[in-house]
Write a protein that binds this ligand. Structure first.
Ligand SMILES: Cc1ncc(COP(=O)(O)OP(=O)(O)O)c(N)n1
Ligand SMILES: Cc1nc(C(=O)O)sc1CCOP(=O)(O)O
Ligand SMILES: [Mg+2]
Length: 185
């Protein structure tokens, strides 16, 4: 069964003490982490993934790597998290069947696509306004409720989620909660 809390890393938000920030997140009980580093070179991303694998293993936490299936395999990650325009989940299945495959969905069409392609779960975002993607209009709780009813795989609410809003997300069909800043506060 997948953990209900899903922390996504972000070097900008984690600051200089990236590893201390990640440890704090894990100390708070998060047991599923997505390493998501869009700005790094493949070499830097691989190095960071190796370290993230060591630390998450200390806490028996699941580690998913954003987009880079090759790096996920090379470091022994538990899974990969695919951007909406990334590789199809079915392609990852061909590479390694037992990887956990998450998918970033932003509407009903991409949520159904992810499910049909064999993703294990989706993040649906942005539910609320978020400074990490200020250009994106929030979907809102009604869309979360509708899409959660129309897909059978777990839906993690993501985007602008605060501790005060978590209960609302669960009430509107979320299986779990994903975020960056939520777990840093
Ligand atoms: C710089 C950049 N590239 C791609 C994306 C894709 O966004 P999304 O589909 O939400 O996938 P995630 O990378 O967020 O998992 C992006 N947000 N930024
Ligand atoms: C990684 C990511 N993707 C988003 C999207 O809408 O595609 S929002 C997001 C991070 C959201 O950060 P916070 O929990 O701090 O709002
Ligand atoms: Mg995203």
């Amino acid at each position: 069964m997948l953990p209900r809390l899903y922390a996504i890393t972000d070097s900008q938000r984690y600051g200089e003490d990236f590893w201390e920030s990640l440890r704090r997140v894990l100390e708070r009980g998060v047991r599923m982490v997505q390493l998501r580093e869009k700005a790094l070179s493949a070499k830097e991303y691989y190095q960071k993934a190796l370290e993230a694998r060591e630390i998450t293993r200390e806490y028996s936490a699941l580690l998913l790597i954003n987009e880079r299936v090759d790096i996920a395999l090379a470091v022994g990650a538990d899974g990969v998290h695919l951007p909406q325009e990334g590789l199809p989940p079915s392609c990852v299945r061909k590479i390694k069947k037992d990887l956990i495959v998450g998918f970033s969905a932003h509407d009903l069409k991409s949520a159904l696509y992810a499910q049909e392609e064999g993703a294990d779960f989706i993040t649906l975002s942005p539910i609320f306004k978020t400074s990490s993607h200020p250009e994106r209009e929030p979907l809102g709780l009604e869309v979360l409720k509708d899409i959660s009813k129309r897909v059978s795989i777990p839906v993690y609410a993501l985007g602008g989620i605060t501790w005060e809003k978590i209960k609302l997300c669960y009430k509107n069909g979320a299986y779990g909660i994903a975020g960056v800043s939520l777990f840093l506060k």
